[in-house]
Design a protein around this ligand. Sequence first.
Ligand code: NAX
Ligand code: K
Length: 505
Amino acid sequence: MIIPTAKQIKEIDAFTISDEGISSIDLMERAAYSLTDAITSQWSTSTPIVVFAGPGNNGGDALAVARMLICGGYAVKTYLFNIASRISADCKEEAERLKSLGEGHLTEITSTFEPPELSADTLIIDGLFGTGLSRPLEGGFATLVRFINSTGCTVVSIDVPSGLMCEDNSSNNLESIVRASLTLTFQFRKLAFMFDENEMYVGKLKVLDIQLSSSKINSTSTPYEYIEADYIRELFKPRVNSGNKGTFGTAMIVAGQYGMAGAALLAGSACLRSGCGKVMVHTPLLNNNIIQIGLPEAIIHHDYNEKRFCNPISSDTRFDAICIGPGIGTHTDTSRALYDQIRRTRCPLVLDADALNIIARNKEWLDFLPAKTIITPHPLEFQRLTDCKNDGYSRLKVAQELSESHELIVILKGHHTAICLPDGRVYFNSTGNSGMATAGSGDVLSGIIVSLLAQHYQPSVAALIAVFLHGKAGDLASSTLGEYSITASDIVNNISNSFRDLLNM
Ligand SMILES: NC(=O)C1=CN([C@@H]2O[C@H](COP(=O)(O)OP(=O)(O)OC[C@H]3O[C@@H](n4cnc5c(N)ncnc54)[C@H](O)[C@@H]3O)[C@@H](O)[C@H]2O)[C@@H](O)CC1
Ligand SMILES: [K+]
């Protein structure tokens, strides 16, 4: 599903109204029905409800929900903030409809507001601002948001937590954003929801289908997409029954300085579990026994150095894709070897972990990375690499620029990992959980990517499939072990289930 900008949402909204013969107030009512349905399925009529409505259509939605809840037997108090005497036409109409239920349901605030006493079990419905927010909240609205956040009550935000911009929050006033427990958003995830630091505002997210025009949605051009199983499934090539191990390619993994052999084991075993024909692990001599024993299916390719990657692989060695980085350390010898290895590499390449830390100290190397190289930084690695600002939007913009200018595939790891492609598109992943934020998880991802590259998947496709499968394997691990107890090995152990689940095998 696409992730449109707030401006595009407005256009889709307007097209639905003009082309599908539905009035804006009826579209608002349709949206309010689905909101009410989501609320009543979770909270009973014994829950006291307080609704805060703003001056735009987000406020209109909130007023319609208040009316529907009252009609459903809920005790609801509603406050409409009409400070500047400029409320939208549909918000005004919804206020009239609510008033028509009788006295006392609606309090209109036109100047100062005395916050009510709220019992701990009160459910707050936040309909102050949605996609129409044009600047950070300040003054009375900022005070109101701070009040809402201080109550300790459960908060349901309509469409967007009030105060959160749909895209860029790098200059927002973070104290003036509602911290929702649940956000009921219309039709599309918003770009800001994809950034880890905004999870504290969005809370749990539920997307409500309000049947906006599908033809307009399909013709809306946006670089951002949220990818789910159906999309990924279509990217798979069938496996040829007559294939031999040569058909499915040879992956080379350069990993594990002495003391970090686990990184090589994890990347290697993930690679073997992801379908490639042969896995070679280039690793220092002292890792020999542990890798032979831990990964009997892999072929060990020794570095002459006992402890670290020092000798680039000879160009006589045949392999179809190479991954460099898990646990290799950042020693100057390794740095020199990495330089030579990148310079001589002609096949698809994945760079992860310490390889990225070395490049962060030699940023000019970015200029000669082969086209379509995949890099897989977590936020800190990316910051070291680019000196970008620390918020999700700024980071994404820098990643997009880097991807386009250097023709790289940048996998920005996070809860919704972003895969930035050189043509400007960005895909956000839908699988994964907090349990995967554990040592070695990234090594597993690199192993899956290089396996798919060795099977001759295009780098962009390999990146998309690998990120999805990796997250899914983590979700399957968490379904039996729980998010607290997952280890990177558990992710590896669930790669096969992840394939089976995705491909309905
Ligand atoms: N997209 C859709 O298809 C639908 C949208 N609906 C609702 O409509 C909302 C968008 O409505 P609007 O475009 O009216 O926008 P909002 O209701 O989000 O807010 C717009 C109002 O807020 C004011 N405003 C903006 N920033 C402000 C600030 N910092 N301080 C004070 N005032 C500020 C604007 O001047 C305007 O009066 C959505 O979030 C959603 O809740 C629904 O009614 C159903 C359909
Ligand atoms: K809201």
